[in-house]
Design a binder for this molecule. Sequence first.
Ligand SMILES: O=P(O)(O)O[C@H]1O[C@H](CO)[C@@H](O)[C@H]1O
Ligand SMILES: [Mn+2]
Ligand SMILES: [Mn+2]
Length: 423
Amino acid sequence: MKAKISGNIVCRRVSAAKGQWKEVMIMKKAYRRIFTIVLDSFGVGAMEDSPQFGDVGVDTLGHISESVEEFKIPNLQKLGLANLHPIRQVKSVEKPLGYYGKLREASRGKDTMTGHWEMMGLWTKKAFRTFTEHGFPPELIQELSRRTGRVIIGNKSASGTQIIEELGEEEIATGHLIVYTSADSVMQICGNEETMGLENLYRYCEIARELTMKDEWKVGRVIARPYVGKKKGEFRRTANRHDYALKPFGKTVLDTLKEAGYDVISVGKIYDIFSGEGITEFQKSQSSVQGMDQTIELAGRDFHGLCFVNLVDFDVLWGHRRDPVGYARELERFDVKLGELMQVLREDDLLILTADHGNDPTYSGTDHTREKVPFLAWSPSMRGGEKLAESENFAVIGATIAENFQVEMPEGTIGTSILNKLK
Ligand SMILES: O=P(O)(O)O[C@H]1O[C@H](CO)[C@@H](O)[C@H]1O
Ligand SMILES: [Mn+2]
Ligand SMILES: [Mn+2]
């Protein structure tokens, strides 16, 4: 059966009597609102090329389920998550409510920006530079030190919570500046809120952002990492983290939606990830549960367009910290909120759940893992769903959104819409 869509009319070829085909026109109602929720780092198994990224046999969802006794995610189950990927404690369902499939990442990378940008059509062919092996080059460090007036310490690849344990007391005593990186293209700068002050930390990060705009030093993000506490064992990072990201390297679906007059509402980190480009309104979140509450509240409001949500706790609190039990509990909390959201969504709403990369909490190290991500789509207007073919990129999401709202995919972007598959 073939279908072409133009405007809201679907032209479908159906088989008629005597082996003939006839074309029928069906009115397809466009969704008025699309909620796209990114469960940050919720991978569903290794990509074929994962070993090239140092990731062998990684599987965020699978290994979480193997690490816990109980795992209650009834709403994700109803949407078909256990049909998509076997889960020890959760049975697959005979009639999933929604459509489910896996998305592969076309871009060279496994970081947040690459993943989200690809969802909205951008194919990152050349990976952002990383500084994992030797830290940042001495010339950059000297320049940062000169401009901030502080000695730089750390300058290596590290886990954010471990490095403040290691160097926090030194920073407080001497006023030195802790700089570290990871397998992502990031320069992270720590600052004790009580002794350095947030304003100073943000100022240093702005300087770092300026310096790292240079081609050979270009990092995807500079991140301010404020923390509180006076001594080892007491240090705790605060929610005043701030990301200074590069702007997307091309136009995304968010831009075309905004230009066409639709609402593009960001919840959580989306605004930072796109440097505000293509966003009409934003709300930051203190936690993933709060992010879901904000989304539920937005669902009670009338808007026309996209609500794009990032829930980062899965990644920051559990994935990077290699805590599969914590990750499972976060998924359970999410599932409760998902149930509440599903209750308030309307017939002409579409919900898409996905992820931006993996972060297998049982894998070695503390970095992201190169994985496929889930795609779950549901609307109260659907009468059951089915399995979708694996998609070769995340941009299927942006393309589907663009087609729904009848806006162009910007030039140079990738992605094929599957709107006509969602019935
Ligand atoms: O170990 P922490 O500081 O949480 O850092 C993690 O957070 C960064 C940004 O999400 C990642 O690049 C990873 O390094
Ligand atoms: Mn991420
Ligand atoms: Mn991360």
